[in-house]
Design a protein around this ligand. Structure first.
Ligand code: CA
Length: 238
C-alpha cells in the first residue's frame, strides 16, 4: 500500500483545519483543504478524494446539503466534524449518508481511527463482493457469525434472538456509529413505532449485563448519547 489516500478537509475554522492537515500529512495522507462549501464541492468533483472530512457549519452552504449533493453520485466516505451539543445534527448527517462523525475537540488518535475505519469499510465494499468478516473479536469477546456463536473468555454467552441480532448488527459495523433509527429499522423493520426505542434500550441493557464486565463502563458497546451505539472495532479487521 504505497498509494497515499487523498483526503479533502472542508472546514472554515483555520486552526482546526491546520491541526487536521498537519496530523494527516504526518501520517502519510495527501491532504487538500477548502474553507467554503462551494470550494469543497468543486474539489470533490475534480480531485476524486478517498475520504471527505466535513464541517457542517460552513459560511456559504449547509454541510448537510453537501452530503446530499455528493451522495447523488458518489459513495466516498464522509466524516462529519461536529460540535459537542449538536446530537440532532449528527443523527441527520448520518441518516443523510455520512459515514461517521467526530466531535470537537478531538484528539489525533481518535481522528486517525475514524479515518482508518471509514477507508477500510469503503475498500471492502468497493473492491470485493459484499462479504463481512467471518468473526468479530476484541479482548475476551468473540462472535462467530456463521455459527451464531458468542463467546466471552471462551465460554458461550446465551443471547435471545433479538439480542443476537443487535450484537451482530453492531459487530458487523464495528468501529462505526449506528443511529437508533438505523438499528430499529434493521431489527424491527420500517414500521417500527416509538416503543421500539424503549425495547432497544432494554435489550441493550440485557446484552451489556451478559458481555460487559462493568455495564456502566462498557468495553465493547458504547452509547453515543442522543445518537446511537458504536461497537469497538474488531481486532480481526484492522
Ligand atoms: Ca464552521
Amino acid at each position: 500500500m504505497n498509494l497515499k489516500s487523498t483526503i479533502i478537509i472542508i472546514e472554515d475554522e483555520k486552526s482546526i483545519c491546520n491541526f487536521i492537515e498537519t496530523t494527516l500529512t504526518a501520517h502519510n495522507y495527501k491532504v487538500i483543504t477548502a474553507s467554503t462549501g462551494q470550494e469543497g464541492l468543486s474539489l470533490i468533483t475534480s480531485c476524486f478524494p478517498d475520504l471527505i472530512l466535513l464541517d457542517l457549519g460552513l459560511p456559504d452552504i449547509d454541510g448537510m446539503n453537501i452530503i446530499k449533493k455528493v451522495r447523488k453520485w458518489s459513495m466516498v466516505p464522509i466524516i462529519v466534524i461536529s460540535a459537542r451539543t449538536q446530537e440532532q445534527e449528527k443523527v441527520l448527517a448520518l441518516d443523510s449518508g455520512s459515514d461517521d462523525y467526530i466531535t470537537k475537540p478531538f484528539g489525533t488518535s481518535e481522528l486517525l481511527a475514524r479515518i482508518r475505519t471509514a477507508l477500510r469499510r469503503h475498500q471492502q465494499q468497493g473492491g470485493f463482493p459484499a462479504q463481512n468478516e467471518p468473526v468479530y473479536s476484541y479482548d475476551d469477546l468473540t462472535i462467530d457469525f456463521s455459527k451464531r456463536l458468542v463467546t466471552l473468555k471462551g465460554k458461550e454467552i446465551h443471547l435471545t434472538q433479538i439480542e443476537y441480532k443487535l450484537v451482530s448488527l453492531l459487530a458487523q459495523n464495528s468501529g462505526r456509529v449506528l443511529t437508533y433509527d438505523y438499528i430499529i429499522n434493521h431489527i424491527w423493520g420500517p414500521y417500527a413505532d416509538n416503543n421500539n426505542n424503549q425495547i432497544l434500550r432494554v435489550n441493550m441493557a440485557h446484552i451489556r449485563r451478559k458481555i460487559e464486565n462493568n455495564p456502566a463502563e462498557p468495553n465493547y458497546i458504547f452509547t453515543e448519547i442522543g445518537v446511537g451505539y458504536r461497537m469497538r472495532e474488531s481486532r480481526q479487521q484492522s
